[in-house]
Design a protein around this ligand. Sequence first.
Ligand SMILES: Cc1cc2nc3c(=O)[nH]c(=O)nc-3n(C[C@H](O)[C@H](O)[C@H](O)COP(=O)(O)OP(=O)(O)OC[C@H]3O[C@@H](n4cnc5c(N)ncnc54)[C@H](O)[C@@H]3O)c2cc1C
Length: 345
Amino acid sequence: MQQVDVAVVGAGVIGLAVALELRSRGLSVAVADKSDPVREASWAAGGMLAVDDPENPAPLWPLSAWSRELYPEFLARIEQQSALSVPIRTHRALQGSHEGSSSLEALNTLKEIGLSPEGHAWALQVEGSLDPRDLGAALQAACANTDVSIRSHCAIDTLARDGAGWRLQSGSGDILAYRVVLCTGSWAGPGNLPVFPRKGQMMAVEMDAPLDTVVRTPEIYLIPRGDGRVVIGATIEDAGYDKTVHSADIAALKARAVKLFPPAAQAPIVETWAGLRPATHDGMPLIGAIEEGLYAATGHYRNGIQLAAATARAIGLQLSGEPLPVDMQAYAVNRTFGPVFAQPS
Ligand SMILES: Cc1cc2nc3c(=O)[nH]c(=O)nc-3n(C[C@H](O)[C@H](O)[C@H](O)COP(=O)(O)OP(=O)(O)OC[C@H]3O[C@@H](n4cnc5c(N)ncnc54)[C@H](O)[C@@H]3O)c2cc1C
């Protein structure tokens, strides 16, 4: 039986970022995943670090802004520990909204890259994006190089108090840990957390036309990877745990992208996929203590890549009993859920 200071359940970007943060604080850490690491939402994501997306609920902003501040150091440390690069692939975003008016710099950028401004007011935002698959690979390598063990195909079915710690039970052997962090994404998991999946279908196209800017409206986004590949997404669906990709939905997404960026019409689709965003009833993540020695870090919905840096640091500080620079009440696990925030359709 494996015995560690901390067991992390779920090896998505959140679980691995948390594991590395705790390891850097001198703790022994094991991560268990029911399938392979970083193959769920964290693999499917667009990778926009969209702190100022007007679709984000307002109470998310303090956490997002803290994460933006931590991100350069977060990435640098992962790159150093993994010896892999996680390049920032775009550095600005054109944000279209249904309200307000366009800024002059946004209109000039639209013209420069050949976008059709129709029907939206535009703003130019300083915002990065990365390929979450780069980040996932680097996080796994960083764990391997820092003695964080990742147990694949190890579903944690139950969690029970065992002396001063916890026993995590799985079909492939138990883990004993003093403390446990549940990072189970869209799955309620052994903590029976109040999360649910919201499906997103996406595609990647291969484009000749140079595009160096994320283009995002409430209906569609285009994320250039800087190598000719452009990711176009995404649907938002309540479809349970189904991840089927439907050609009609992909065609509808592509048609919307073409309306915004006509050169996309000629771009062949090179990949399609779907993922499950871990949603909560008020649109805010669940970060912090559930009870003595048991923590959650999940429910990051559309922003888990962007929020990974602050989430990991918040869990690290909480486990060490240190103060946090951000009021975490809006993200507390035992909060009373307010009304559901309007979600984009
Ligand atoms: C289409 C789409 C586009 C997105 N675009 C963006 C974006 O542009 N920017 C952004 O910041 N975010 C984006 N997101 C959101 C982001 O992907 C998620 O918020 C983030 O990946 C959540 O990470 P996670 O580690 O919590 O969840 P996951 O990556 O889903 O990982 C959870 C892990 O827990 C494991 N698990 C569950 N239950 C158990 C158990 N009982 N035992 C063991 N293991 C278990 C699962 O197997 C899984 O590997 C997008 C998501 C989707 C689907």
